[in-house]
Design a protein around this ligand. Structure first.
Ligand SMILES: C[S@@+](CC[C@H](N)C(=O)[O-])C[C@H]1O[C@@H](n2cnc3c(N)ncnc32)[C@H](O)[C@@H]1O
Length: 317
């Protein structure tokens, strides 16, 4: 899709979420609205949609106008979904979908500073708030910068890159994506995969600028609190750090027995079954046709859980 965002694993997301008439859903990463549009067409449901990027919310107005009263857009982070939805009067949901990472709208616009392909300001914020990537690159100590590149980008040459960044910024602050990419490319040799040597470092900075891992942890916990019996949580992740968090959370949820009752503190007689069922014992992957048509889909992994049992109002705190 040129000039837009091709929704990843759309058919699998819809089949797993299985929206039904009268249901209440949340798309926590509205983006280009691809999932939202498909959900609104698939069932006579009501959809709440969150995005931290004001541009995504503004673009969504046209879709909301085409579905009067059925699509409600909220600007904010999905890591605050509980407060955002409660403020809007929503207590319970039948389904939540999260499609992690950035959209093509964000990646392809050099002015947003996510991409090392074009030149632009070193920004990388999905929202328009908080410190930019340039702030981090120019202010972090060498050791902390190296740790960030290693931990969030799995960049093995992190120490050498951090050293070069600190030397370069002593000459002049690093304010553009092209300058940073150039510094990294002078250190990291291209490998046979053809992946740009700056990829891992840019990923690390993006994750840190947007606190993406913290957002995922908060978002998963809060989605679980909002989902009623039969409610489904569907997450599409794009790299191993994201997917590891999602997998751990879902496996733990599906394996966790509810707290023992107060009449049986040891839980010996009364141990209740887990409150969640894993819908994807193994992550779903995109089909070959999709990965050929949309290279961004290649690394996608879809995982999902469903709340089971009677509606006790209990939460997965
Ligand atoms: C991969 S795109 C979603 C694409 C969407 N599923 C579609 O079909 O068009 C991810 C979107 O989620 C937003 N996003 C990422 N992290 C977020 C967060 N923690 N809270 C809210 N929005 C977030 C980004 O701004 C981006 O617009």
């Amino acid at each position: 899709m040129s000039g837009g965002h091709a929704p990843v694993m759309l058919a699998e997301v819809l089949a797993t979420l299985a929206p039904r008439d009268g249901g209440l859903y949340l798309d926590g990463t509205f983006g280009g609205g691809g999932y939202a549009q498909a959900m609104l067409s698939a069932a006579a449901c009501t959809l709440w949609a969150i995005d931290r990027d004001p541009a995504a919310i503004a673009r969504g107005a046209a879709l909301a106008a085409r579905h009067p009263g059925r699509l409600h857009l909220i600007h904010g982070s999905f890591g605050s979904m509980l407060a955002l939805l409660r403020e809007a009067g929503v207590q319970r949901l039948d389904g939540v979908v999260l499609d992690l990472g950035v959209s093509s709208f964000q990646l392809d616009d050099p002015a947003r500073g996510f991409s090392f392909r074009g030149d632009g300001p070193l920004d990388m914020r999905m929202s328009a708030e908080g410190p930019t990537a340039a702030d981090l690159v120019n202010r972090l100590g060498e050791a902390e910068l190296a740790d960030t590149l290693y931990q969030l980008g799995e960049e093995r040459l992190s120490r050498r890159i951090a050293k070069a960044v600190v030397a370069a910024r002593a000459e002049a602050p690093i304010t553009t994506t092209a300058r940073l990419a150039g510094i990294i490319r002078a250190i990291v040799p291209p490998d046979r995969s053809g992946i740009d040597p700056a990829t891992r470092s840019f990923q690390a900075l993006r994750i840190r600028v947007n606190d993406e891992l913290g957002e995922i942890s908060r978002g998963l916990e809060q989605a679980a609190r909002l989902l009623g019996p039969g409610g489904r949580l569907v997450v599409v992740a794009f790299h191993s750090l994201e997917d590891r968090l999602v997998k751990r959370f879902m496996v733990a949820a599906a394996g966790r027995a509810a707290l023992p009752s107060r009449h049986d503190p040891a839980g010996l007689r009364d141990r209740r079954p887990a409150a969640w069922r894993l819908l994807t014992p193994r992550a779903l992957r995109p089909g070959t046709a999709e990965t050929l048509a949309n290279p961004r889909a290649r690394s996608a992994r879809l995982r999902a859980i469903e709340r089971i049992g009677a509606d006790t109002g209990e939460t997965l705190a």
